[in-house]
Write a protein that binds this ligand. Structure first.
Ligand code: GLC
Length: 726
């Protein structure tokens, strides 16, 4: 239960002493800007480098002169309430001292940053960690992230991201828990608990800012920032629930998404930010825009200029302006002219002050010290959890003839640049990472004293052949660079690039078994790679303990248990592809006039919920009983293989009829059980009737009706357990 205290009288008392300028200053989040021997903005300089107007060397030379400008004069004038992107105790405390001691009212600063999957101890990317299907783990790694980030002076993280994502072309699928509604909600709520603990005023608790509200993952064509256009039924049934799960878990901040929904940008969407978030869901925390998003409402075409954008945003319920300077430059005039009532400004400033009170910043503005930072970051026990998380995030996708785990005497040749590239192991959004903290596969192999050799990317044909001839198995580390996923990283072709495929083909042509280890931030369409490889291990971007975790699995020290939380298409053209699809009037099949492709299968390469193990499991005794409190589902799971393991048991439903067509499968519950070799456990799920409701054509919430089928098994193609008549 989260500790709740009442600060309302202190907030009102403080507001009564504040000028309009000071209230607006609280709504300004400043992003430190890089300044140096260049007279354009850092962003412009980046663009100049990206589009070749300056060389990388020139960019590097200019960066060597750069330093962060924290706009201290604005801070002293009470025109800054928060900073984004400050990630060290010394800088945070220096700026906090100015705010507390040199501004008229001494209101402390709020420091926010993108601590998405760990801070200095980088954990697996969220899409990876979601494959553990383990809320306890998600909370545990969230707690560690909070301990490290708060030691570095951070008060709020712009996480968890719970955007349901069903189009693998979208680079930000890497930042959330994949395609499923239930899983994103469970993941997000666990992260909120981990980040915030049960008392936000603890020095090692940080506010969770759930994002991106809403439906950012549904951008048309998988293109970042693109339009989102969907029925309200779909929005309520498939995209809003994870944000609500985070609000219900106590998240104290929300970040609206860049995109529009049905033509209205989230940043100025009153229905979203006031009617749903505050009125219906009872949220009383702080709403902070995405970076520059208020100003970008002009690009959207919903506002003629930034002043109009600022007016619409604050009236819609946006409290804080992240780095667009629209509020700080336009709100004063809007309030003085009456276009924005001062009570609206008071509400927004009050939301910011409330969060600062809840964090204990008025009583303890300096929550950390350089010593605490030094003693907290990258502690061995945090690395141990990072290794556990990376192991549990790994998904065994193929293992022909049980080629894995490797035997101790197996001679291994290791290939692929990613096997040695420590910096790539962190994945996108690793703001506190240092490449030297990461363990590569090469380092992990070297540390184990195996019979192995590494054939680097610059090895010539002869070296590759020689390595292959003198080895029993060939391990290839391929996939994506971390820059190929995350923000602004949509891909129109989601396969492994040509150079890597050439390597895979060459290795396969030697006749030796090829084991592929994938490093990637999204599902990949890799049917040829799947065919050529004897084994495929999905490692994602696993964080600081990458190499150790992968070797733990390759060598059989641990038994892989991860299961996919996003469908792997067989071709990019199948995107968006997800298991909870509808049946259509002509479900894809053999005959011509059915819903399918001429040039691609309709099945996925690997389905949602799929993952192999070094042992095998049998599901027996499936049974369904309709009872007072819901539909009870029973199944026995037996470990029929030769070694202990963990199995993620999944329970799906299919409502056969409805007032609108229903998905062919919906995940309704899951659990992870450990089973010793030969052991059997009974698993029971209870599906409450309320969980079967949906929206009819008129947007009325209606109960489930007719026949509902229940499936239980180890992935989304689970077998029928029975049915119930509602
Ligand atoms: C970015 C992202 C958002 C992040 C913010 C602050 O543009 O959209 O997820 O939290 O800016 O860095």
């Amino acid at each position: 239960m989260i500790m709740k205290r009442d600060y309302e009288s202190r907030i009102q008392k403080l507001l009564s002493r504040m000028t309009i300028e000071e209230k607006i200053g609280q709504l300004q989040q400043c992003g430190p800007s890089l300044v140096g021997a260049f007279d354009v903005s850092f962003e412009e300089l980046l663009n100049m480098m990206f589009d070749g107007r300056i060389s990388q060397e020139e960019f590097g030379r200019l960066m060597s002169t750069a330093e962060q400008d924290y706009h201290e004069e604005d801070l002293r004038a009470g025109r800054i309430g928060s900073y984004n992107g400050v990630g060290d105790a010394a800088t945070a405390n220096r700026l906090q001292k100015i705010a507390v001691e040199e501004t008229r009212l001494g209101i402390p600063l709020l420091f926010g940053y993108d601590v998405i999957h760990g801070f200095r101890t980088v954990m697996p990317i969220p899409l990876a960690e979601s494959c553990a299907w383990e809320p306890e783990l998600w909370e545990k790694t969230g707690r560690i992230a909070a301990k490290e980030a708060t030691a570095a002076g951070i008060h709020m993280t712009f996480a968890p991201m719970v955007d349901v994502a069903r189009d693998a072309r979208w680079g930000r699928i890497s930042e959330g828990a994949g395609e499923d509604v239930l899983l994103n909600g469970a993941y997000g709520a666990a992260k909120v608990r981990g980040f915030q603990s049960d008392d936000l005023s603890r020095e090692n608790a940080m506010a969770a800012c759930v994002k991106h509200f809403a439906a950012y993952g549904a951008g048309e064509a998988g293109r970042d920032y693109n339009r989102v256009d969907m029925s309200l039924q779909r929005l309520w049934e498939e995209y809003l629930p994870p944000y609500k799960a985070c609000v219900d878990a106590g998240a104290r901040a929300v970040m609206p998404a860049f995109n529009d929904i049905n033509g209205l940008p989230c940043s100025v969407n009153r229905w979203l930010l006031r009617d749903i978030l505050r009125e219906k869901w009872g949220f009383n925390g702080m709403v902070i825009s995405d970076a520059n998003a208020i100003a970008e409402c002009v690009n959207h075409g919903i506002a003629a200029d930034r002043k109009e954008a600022a007016r619409q945003a604050i009236l819609a319920g946006m409290d804080m302006d992240m780095t667009s300077n629209s509020y700080i430059e336009c709100l004063q005039e809007l309030v003085e002219s009456g276009e924005v009532p001062e009570y609206v400004l008071d509400e927004a400033a009050g939301d910011v002050l409330r969060l600062k009170f809840e964090l204990g910043l008025f009583d303890h503005p300096y929550r950390t010290t350089a010593d605490r930072e030094q003693n907290t970051l990258l502690r061995p026990e945090y690395r141990a959890v990072a290794r556990e998380a990376a192991i549990k995030s790994t998904v065994l996708l193929k293992n022909d003839n049980n080629i894995l785990p490797l035997k101790r005497e197996t001679r291994v040749a290791l290939f692929g640049a990613l096997a040695a590239d420590k910096g790539q192991m962190t994945g996108a959004w690793a703001v506190g990472a240092k490449a030297e903290d990461c363990v590569s596969m090469v380092e992990a192999f070297a540390a184990r004293g195996l019979c192995w050799r590494y054939c680097g990317p610059d090895a010539d044909e002869a070296a590759l052949q020689a390595a292959a001839e003198t080895s029993d198995v060939l391990v290839a580390a391929v996939g994506e660079m971390k820059e190929e996923s995350g923000e602004a990283a949509s891909r129109a072709d989601i396969t492994v690039n040509a150079e890597q495929m050439t390597l895979i083909r060459k290795l396969a042509s030697t006749g030796k078994p090829v084991i592929v280890v994938l490093f990637n931030g999204r599902p990949l369409a890799i049917p040829e790679l799947h065919e050529l490889a004897a084994a495929v291990v999905e490692a994602w971007h696993p964080g600081v303990e990458a190499g150790n975790a992968i070797l733990d699995i390759l060598c059989g020290d641990v038994n892989p248990s991860g299961k996919l939380t996003a469908t792997f298409p067989a071709a990019t053209g199948q995107c968006p592809m997800y298991y909870a699809h509808i049946n259509t009037g002509r479900p894809g099949g053999k005959s011509k006039f059915t819903s399918k492709y001429l040039d691609a299968p309709i099945e996925p390469l690997y389905p949602f919920g799929y993952g192999l193990s070094y042992t095998t499991y049998a599901y027996t005794g499936r049974k369904v009983e309709k009872r007072e409190d819901g539909i009870h589902v029973f199944v026995s799971v037996t470990n029929t293989g030769g070694r202990d393991g963990e199995e993620i048991v999944q329970c799906y439903i299919q409502q056969m009829t409805g007032r609108r067509v229903r998905p062919v499968r919906q995940l309704k519950d899951f659990t992870k059980i450990s089973l010793k070799a030969g052991e059997t456990k009974m698993v029971t799920f209870v599906i409450p009737y309320a969980g079967l409701s949906y929206y009819d054509w008129e947007m009325k919430e209606v109960p489930g009706e007719g026949i509902v089928k229940i499936y239980v098994g180890g992935d989304s193609q689970a077998e029928l357990a029975g049915q119930a008549a509602l």
